[in-house]
Design a protein around this ligand. Sequence first.
Ligand SMILES: CC(C)(COP(=O)(O)OP(=O)(O)OC[C@H]1O[C@@H](n2cnc3c(N)ncnc32)[C@H](O)[C@@H]1OP(=O)(O)O)[C@@H](O)C(=O)NCCC(=O)NCCS
Length: 203
Amino acid sequence: MSPYQPRKSGGVAGRRARPRRARAGRSERAAATQVTIEPLGPAHAPALQALASDPAVLATTNLPSPYPPDGAEAFIRETTRRRQAGVEFVFAIIAGGRPIGCCGFKGVGGEPRSAELGYWLGQPFWGRGYATAAGRQVLAFGFGPLGLARVTADCLLTNRASRRVLEKLGFHFTHEGPPRPDQRQEPGDVLAFFELPRGAWGG
Ligand SMILES: CC(C)(COP(=O)(O)OP(=O)(O)OC[C@H]1O[C@@H](n2cnc3c(N)ncnc32)[C@H](O)[C@@H]1OP(=O)(O)O)[C@@H](O)C(=O)NCCC(=O)NCCS
C-alpha cells in the first residue's frame, strides 16, 4: 500500500449530480499556473512530514495513522526504489516554492499498460484547484512519456472533494465496493472506483 494513495471519496448514487467537466475552467487555469510537480525526493520530507501528520489528511487516505515520526522519509526511500523499478512514480506538488502534497502513479504495468492515480494535499491548500491542476500534470506524464493506456483511481464514497477532482479530470465512475486487501480497512468503508482510458483524456 502506498501512503500517498487515496482512500476515500464522495457518494455516487443518489447524490447531487454535477455535470462532468474534463476541461479546465478559469479558476483551474489560475491554479495551473501556481502548481508544479517534481519527482519526490529527500528534500521534500520535512514539509510533507508536517502536512501528512494532520488527522484531517489521514482520515481519507491510506497514509499510516497516526503518521510515524519518520513517515515521509521512509515513504520517499521506498517510492524512490519503486521508481527505479519502473512501477511507481510519485511527485511532490509544489506551490509558492514549497511542497504542499503528493501525487502520482502506483502499480504501473500490465497489458494494456495501466496505473493507479493517487494524491493528497496539506489542509491549508485545499479548495484552490491545486489537486486538479497537479492531477492534469501527472496524467500528461502518464499518458505521455509513461505510455499508459488506462488510469484507475478510487476514494472513499464519502470523500466528495476527491470524487469531484476525478470528475474534473475526466474519470468516469465504474463501481463501488469494499477496500481491496492492499488498502487500509476501516469498518464500514465503501470505496468509489473510477477509470480514465487514454482516449477519453482531454489533456
Ligand atoms: C481531496 C483533495 C485532494 C482535493 O484537493 P483540492 O485541491 O481541494 O481539490 P480541487 O480544488 O482541485 O477540487 C475540489 C472540488 O471539490 C469540490 N468540493 C470540495 N468539498 C466538497 C464537498 N464537501 N462536496 C462536494 N464538492 C466538494 C470543490 O468545490 C471543487 O470542485 P469545483 O472546482 O467544481 O468547485 C484534498 O481535499 C485532500 O488532499 N484531502 C485529504 C486527502 C485526500 O482525501 N486525498 C484523496 C484521497 S482519494
